[in-house]
Structures are given as structure tokens and as C-alpha cells.
Design a binder for this molecule. Sequence first.
Ligand code: NAD
Length: 249
Amino acid sequence: MRLEGKVALITGAAHGMGAEEARLFAREGAKVAIADIREDDARKVEAEIAEAGGEAMVLMLNVAQEDQWVSSVAEVVARFGKLDILVNNAGISGSGETDITSTDSWDRLMDINAKSVFLGMKHSIPEMEKAGGGAIVNISSISGFVGQETIHPGYNASKGAVRLVTKAAAVQHAKSGIRVNSVHPGMLPPMLTSFQRGDPNREAMNAMVPMGREGKPIEVANAVLFLASDEASYITGTELLVDGGFTAK
Ligand code: NAD
């Protein structure tokens, strides 16, 4: 198993790609902390992992709140003894905004998508240092590479911030044995806060993808697994696009 003996905290793991990553990490031998604000869905993922023979716990964590990070990291260490892997996945979409100049939306996007990543790393890295090293995977987006016409620019700004804070942390913590990388999904099934499947805009977006289709959550989860595992032992500060060729054009 590729994560045997590891302890992983995954944010936004109650739904979507984060849930897929939680299930995959558990199958690969990790003990998984499912961190989210949606308790019912988080409990379902916890139960799925337990039924499959894995080990998981649920953390009620709003990733934009620093005090909640402090208590969540402490809870993981109290339950599982250490922390080896952090996946900063929780996020909200900039699609479906009625006003793409809203200042409130800018603040919310930057808090939940970008400040959260800084906070997560700030409070997890000391535990990884105690464990002798670790791996952090920050989920950005193709929106951290290119602008888009219809989404709130705060989404692009937040995902661009995730891309660069990843490189800063990679450089600053390399000598402690902590690797920090970013993953950049392209078009995937709609986020909770975004377009619904069947929306003509979504079909048009898929048509812009060289592979002609949206990605599957497992296709992103596999990339996250690789970077979180020891197979990526000489990889830090890199950005891995999982986008069907969208940004290659
Ligand atoms: P999703 O909406 O399916 O799930 C996101 C999860 O994050 C939910 O369980 C939600 O409750 C949780 N969450 C939201 N705000 C939170 C907060 N403040 N604190 C804790 N948890 C919170 O999203 P998804 O599509 O799986 O996206 C996951 C990540 O991938 C996000 O960072 C997103 O920006 C990024 N991404 C998504 C797409 C896409 O097309 N779906 C594309 C590129 C990047």
C-alpha cells in the first residue's frame, strides 16, 4: 500500500474530490481525518471508509478560522499520534456569481480558498517537523494559470495565491523534509457552489478541453496520491495540471 502507516488530514473531504481522496488514501493504508463544515456528508465518508476496513475520523473545521485549525491539528495528533500529510482541498467556486465585481465575494474567496492554505500549513508543519517530515498537497486550479470570462476574478486570484504560496513553503521547508506541491484540476463535475450539470455553459466549457470531456474525481485523486506518497520523494514546489490538456493550448 502506498500510504501505509501515514496519517493524512484532508480538508473539504465530505464531498467531491476531497471525499474521493479520503477514500483513496484510506484504501492505500493511511489513517484519514475528514475535515469539513458539512457533518452529515463527512460522517457518510467516514462510514464508507470504515466499511471498507479503513480508519478515519471527522473534524468540524472551517478552514478560514485559525482557532479551528489549532484544535483540529491537535485532535488528529491526539487520535492518530502524528500528522504526515495535509491536503488543502476545501474551496468555493467563483462561478454562478451574479456580480463578479462583488467585494464581499472577493473577501470570501480569498479567505476560504487562499488564507485557508496558509493557515493549514502554518499549523500542520510543526507537527510534520516532529514526525521527521511530511507532504503537503494544495489544490489550486487551471484558474491559477489563466483568466476566465464569466467567473469572479477573486477565484483566479485565490487559486494563483495557492500556486505561489506552495512554492514559498516548498523552498522554506525543504530542509525539514517537508515537500509542498500543488495540483491544478481542470473541468470537473460541478462544485457545490457552481453550475449544475447540463448547464449549456458547462457543455461549452467541456468543448474547449482538448480531450473533449470533464475529468473524473478519481483522476485528480490519483495525482494527489502520487504527490503525497514517498514515490514523489524528490518532488517539491511543482505544479501538476490535471486538465485534459486545457492549458496546453
Ligand atoms: P465541492 O464543492 O464538491 O466540495 C468542496 C468541499 O469543501 C465541500 O464538502 C464543502 O463543504 C467544503 N468546504 C467549503 N467551504 C469550506 C470551509 N470554509 N471549511 C471547510 N470545508 C469547506 O468541490 P470540488 O469540486 O470537489 O472542489 C475541490 C477543490 O478543487 C476546490 O478547492 C476547488 O476550488 C478545486 N477545483 C474544482 C474544480 C471543479 O471543476 N470542480 C476545478 C478546479 C479546481
